[in-house]
Write a protein that binds this ligand. Structure first.
Ligand SMILES: [Zn+2]
Length: 418
């Protein structure tokens, strides 16, 4: 191996102390003092790797390894150091430390990359603190939305204030955006957060694309009444309608076998929420994801039609609100090809797979070609203190990332010349 597995493991063990929760868990909120401490530790490692380091006004930590051609398109590598409130040590952190290890390996081998490499820990990927995530990558991509800085966390602290406390100037977040064309490619290593690689008995996988999530909220309006006196045939029971819809959503998506489409109803609210009242209102969410936009649109249509029909059946008024609608993105074919070749050269047979969860790479795809490596994680568990990936697997993934980075930097350089 080119990379240093024991150094990677040591970095991991050190950084896991920052926000340690119980024996194996992690709570490292975005823009917190704990994240800032973790940033300063990683800054030290970046400097050891010969990088110049800065924190931009969006709260992104960025280390830059200069290239032979400093004006050349940047190869960006990154992920995030923030975690879920009741999270694991590997989600996000793996990708940042793997990026640092890649830079250290370049330095150790005396290789100056043809174009600059920037290793990034993106600010607030996880989204829970201000209920809107991918903040840092959207800042770099110039995709921040009006009003974002005024969003508050559960303690009433605005993102604006959190940025100030972190040492950033929130009035300058727009300066974080990179000029179109300045980034040539983006690579992210991430734990799989699903059971596929374990089932296939493979340490790493090559990601073909990231599913686009569609988030809807369905509001059903019925009529409240006494649970003891209103005859069954005269009721307008909003929860009864919702329960049939939830079952139907699951059935619709499962009609076609062997497709990766997933649909989830993860939250429901009932009014008046009393045992002896007929539910007047029910509100539930739908999370629908697919790598194939046309297929997702077809399923969305079927679900919307079904909701209308079931609402009629139960005498309910139904309203569907769209919360989030993101298009699926594809990983660049040429980067996937490099990963396949390099993985074969390592004696691996790495399966290609899509990503159901979204990542910073999804945002970066609006700026440049992207590639992603997944690392097997135990039982597919993530967003949980029991999240685990072995250091053997992480080292294999990091080695593949290094080999890919070598080839991608050369390729980006040859593109300018041609
Ligand atoms: Zn993550």
């Amino acid at each position: 191996m080119n990379i240093n597995k024991s150094r990677l493991q040591e970095h991991f063990e050190i950084i896991s102390q920052y926000g340690k929760l119980g024996e194996t868990g992690l709570c490292r909120p975005a823009l917190s003092s704990i994240e800032k401490e973790a940033f300063s530790v990683v800054t030290g490692w970046m400097k050891e790797a010969g990088m110049t380091v800065r924190i931009d006004h969006c709260g992104n930590l960025i280390g830059r390894l200069e290239g032979k051609n400093p004006e050349g398109p940047i190869l960006m590598i990154g992920s995030h150091l923030d975690s879920q409130p009741y999270g694991g040590r590997f989600d996000g952190t793996s990708g940042v430390l793997a990026g640092v290890e890649v830079a250290m390996t370049f330095k150790e081998q005396g290789i100056i990359p043809e174009v600059p490499i920037e290793v990034v820990s993106f600010c607030d990927e996880e989204s829970w603190r201000f209920r809107k995530g991918l903040f840092g990558s959207r800042g770099i991509a110039g995709k921040l939305e009006p009003g974002e800085l005024e969003r508050k966390d559960k303690d009433g602290i605005t993102r604006r204030q959190a940025l100030i406390d972190f040492g950033c100037d929130p009035d300058k977040v727009e300066e974080c955006a990179y000029a179109p064309g300045s980034i040539g490619a983006f690579l992210e290593l991430h734990i799989e957060q699903g059971p596929y690689l374990e089932e296939k008995d493979r340490p790493v996988g090559i990601v073909t694309g990231i599913a686009g999530p569609l988030w809807l909220t369905v509001e059903l309006q019925g009529f409240a009444g006494h649970a003891g006196s209103v005859p069954m045939n005269l009721r307008k029971d909003a929860l009864l309608g919702a329960s049939k819809m939830i079952g139907e959503i699951n059935r619709i998506v499962r009609q076609v076998e062997g497709i990766p489409t997933v649909a989830t109803v993860g939250s429901i609210r009932v009014f008046p929420d009393a045992p002896n009242s007929i539910p007047e209102k029910a509100e539930f969410t739908i999370d629908l994801r697919d790598i194939d936009l046309k297929r997702r649109n077809d399923f969305e249509q079927k679900i919307r039609t079904m909701i209308g029909e079931v609402a009629d059946e139960f005498n309910l008024a139904a309203e569907i609100k769209e919360d989030t609608k993101l298009e699926p993105v594809e990983c660049a074919d040429w980067i996937q090809e490099i990963m396949v070749e390099e993985s074969e050269s390592m004696g691996l047979d790495s399966p290609k797979m899509m990503s159901g969860p979204f990542h910073d790479a999804m945002v970066m795809a609006s700026l440049c070609d992207i590639g992603m490596i997944f690392v097997r994680c135990k039982d597919g568990i993530s967003h949980n203190p029991n999240e685990f990936a072995s250091f053997d697997d992480l080292a294999i993934g990091t080695e593949l990332l290094y080999k890919t980075a070598r080839r991608v930097t050369s390729k980006l350089n040859s593109l300018i010349r041609s």
